[in-house]
Ligand binder design. Structure first.
Ligand code: C5P
Length: 244
């Protein structure tokens, strides 16, 4: 698994040109890019390949969830694009996770393979409606354990779950990527339980996802730089044995 960016900018654009215009302001040495279903469906793999060619770490956030063979083939296709992170729904089950794991090589240049547990858009009532009566936090932990059992590299989760889910992974440095992040003083938009970049990393995230505070800023590169500076500040305050 390759070394990961600590900040992924969520490119939630319907318009490919808008996404490319924003990326033109960003520096691959300072941040990675998260490409999700909307932009990928509009722009296709060519755009991802262009970002990779420009030197950006790309988190391909397509949350694969299908029969094991199909998910394995999709993961192989993601590896061929040269992305740094690919994700699947842990709810797809053990066989699907195992197939994904076999498809993504565990070499230094291969992407991290991470799992989505319970979507943060779901509350307890929504879980019950799909037949899951276990408390939501326990369900997320159960799915994270399944992901760990099958050798996945980590999870994407809320920063509020990061500490609990980090403990589940046996590998020393699991990949814990947290959205729902707002630099101090930014608008919340439609996020509710947010953390600042600094708080999220202190809570156990290995990388954060930030969208609108960067993509809607007048000077996006300045916001990226100030977020990265706030994380560097944290590192300098931690003891040498603390998590980087
Ligand atoms: O603009 P904002 O920073 O809220 O964007 C957050 C990104 O992270 C979006 O792409 C959103 O879909 C994604 N995300 C999230 N919460 C989750 C999972 C993904 O906000 N639980």
């Amino acid at each position: 698994m390759a070394k990961q960016s600590r900040l992924y900018v969520a490119l939630d654009f319907a318009d490919v040109l808008q996404a490319e215009a924003l990326v033109a302001h960003l520096n691959p040495g300072e941040c990675g890019l998260k490409v999700g279903k909307e932009l990928f469906t509009r722009a296709g793999p060519g755009l991802v390949q262009r970002f990779v060619a420009q030197g950006f770490d790309v988190f391909l956030d397509l949350k694969f969830h299908d029969i094991p063979h199909t998910v394995a083939q999709a993961c192989r296709a993601a590896c061929d694009l040269g992305v740094r992170v690919v994700n699947v729904h842990a709810f797809g089950g053990r066989a699907m996770l195992a197939a994904a794991r076999r498809a993504v090589p565990q070499t230094l240049d291969a992407p991290a393979l991470i799992a989505v547990t319970v979507l943060t858009s779901m509350d307890q009532a929504a879980l019950v409606e799909v037949g899951i009566t276990r408390p939501l936090a326990e369900q997320a932990q159960l799915l994270a354990r399944l992901a760990n059992d099958e050798g996945l590299d980590g999870v994407v989760c809320s920063a509020w779950e990061a500490a609990a889910l980090r403990q589940i992974f046996i590998q020393a440095e699991p990949v814990i990527i947290t959205p729902g992040i707002r630099p101090a003083g930014s608008a919340l938009d439609d996020q509710s339980r947010v953390m600042t970049p600094l708080e999220a990393m202190a809570a156990g995230a290995s990388a954060i996802v930030v969208g609108r505070p960067i993509t809607r800023a007048v000077h996006p590169a300045d916001v990226v730089r100030s977020i990265m500076a706030s994380l560097t500040e944290q590192n300098s305050r931690l003891s040498p044995n603390a998590r980087q």
